[in-house]
Design a protein around this ligand. Sequence first.
Ligand code: KE4
Length: 428
Amino acid sequence: MTKSEQLFERACKVLPGGVNSPVRAFRAVGGKPRFIVKGLGSHVLDEDGLEYIDYVGSWGPMVIGHSHPDILKAVYDRMVNGLSFGAPTALEVEMAEKMVEMVPHIEMVRMVNSGTEAVMSAVRLARGTTGRDKIIKFEGCYHGHSDAMLVGAGSGALTQGEPDSKGVTRGAAQDTLMAQYNDLASVERLLDANHGQVAAVIVEPVAANMGVVPPKDGFLQGLRDLCDKHGSLLIFDEVITGFRLAAGGAQEYFGVRADLVTYGKIIGGGMPVGAYAGPRTLMEQVAPCGPVYQAGTLSGNPVAMAAGLTQLRILTDHTEIYTVMETSARYIANHLRESAKQHGVAMQVNQVGSLLCPYFTETPVDCFAAAKTSDTKKYAKYFNEMLSRGVYLAPSQFEAMFVSSAHTQKDLAFTVQAAEESIAALGN
Ligand code: KE4
C-alpha cells in the first residue's frame, strides 16, 4: 500500500468518507485520494513523493500559487504576536478598506469564516432588509451547505447523486425557488408567480459548480433588470469569481452591479475566510448597528487577514496577472479542443478568465441540463489518465480547472502533452 492509501484507510475510521469535504474523496472518479504534504507555486507533492501540476489550487484560493513567500512572511510576522483575540485588529480594517477599494459598488464588508457562512449571512440580510422570505437560486449552482442553499445544488452535492441533502427540512427548503441558469424567462416566471415575495436572486456570475458555464450575453444584466422591476435584491456569489476574473471580480468583468456580493477562497489566501459586502444602506442593517444578527468567534482572524490581505495587495499591484492567467487558460482550452478533434473524442471546453472545464459531450454546454449530458465515466478515465501523468485536476466533472499566475509555460506545455496522451487513451 502507498502512504496515501495507508492514510486513507486510517482516515476512513475517524473522518466520514475519510475526508473533511466530500469532493476530496475521489468518489466521482474512482481510486483513492492523494494525501498532500507540500505545495509550492503551481505544484503539489503527495505523501509518496509524487509531484503534480495542481489545477485545483485548494478550489480557487491559490490564485498566485502555493507558499507565496510574501504571504508566508505576512502570516509568520502576524502570528508571532498571537493568533486570535476576539477583539478588533487593524488588519481587519485594512482588509475591508482594500476590498472596498478593489470592488465596485460596495461600501462595507463583514468578514466570516467560509463561503457558506458568507452566503447564509447575505441571504439573511436580504430577507431582513426586504421583509420577504423567498430566494431564487439556479439549479446546479452551489452556494455552500446552508440549508436553504442545499436545494438543487451543484458541486459535491451533485456528484453525491442526491442534489437535495437529507436533513434539510421542508421548512428550510420551501422558500428556495429553482430557476435555470442562462434562462431569464424561468426567473421572470418565478418572480411573477411569487410577486412581492422574493427577497433576492442569488447567482454565480460564472457557474463554476456545474463545471464552468459562462453567462450568456445579457443574462446577468437581465437579472439586474428583473430584480429592479420586482424590488428583489441581486446577490452575486463571487466565492469563486471574486478577485479571480478581475480585481473587481465579476461586477467589473461583466459590468453588472449586484446589491450584495459574497466572497471566500481568494480573500483568505489559503486560510479560512469568507465575507459579504454591499452598499452602506444594506450593510448597516447587520448587527450590532442593525437588526440582522450575524456573528463569529474567528471572523476577521488576524492571521487569516494577513494572508488574504497580502494576496489582494499582490493582485492589485500586478494586475497583469489577470491577462496572464486568462491567456494560460485559453492555451489549455484550445489544445484540449484540438486533441479531442484529433482523436475523435466528443468534448466541449468552456473557458472564462482563468477558469475552464472539459465536458465529454457533443452538446454545447450553456446550461445545467447540457452539463449533465457529459459522460462522467469518460471524465473519470480522463482524470485518472492525467493524474497518472502528474497533472492534478478536480476529481469531479462538475468542478472547474483553476489556473493560477504560478503556472509556467513549462507547466502548460506539460499539461497539454499529458492531455493529448490522455485523450488518445480514451479512444482505446
Ligand atoms: P465554502 O463554504 O466551501 O468556503 O464555500 C462554499 C461555496 C460558496 N459559493 C460558491 C460559488 C462555491 O464554489 C463554494 C465552494 N466551492 C466548492 C468547490 N466547487 C468547495 C469545494 C468543497 O466543497 O470542498
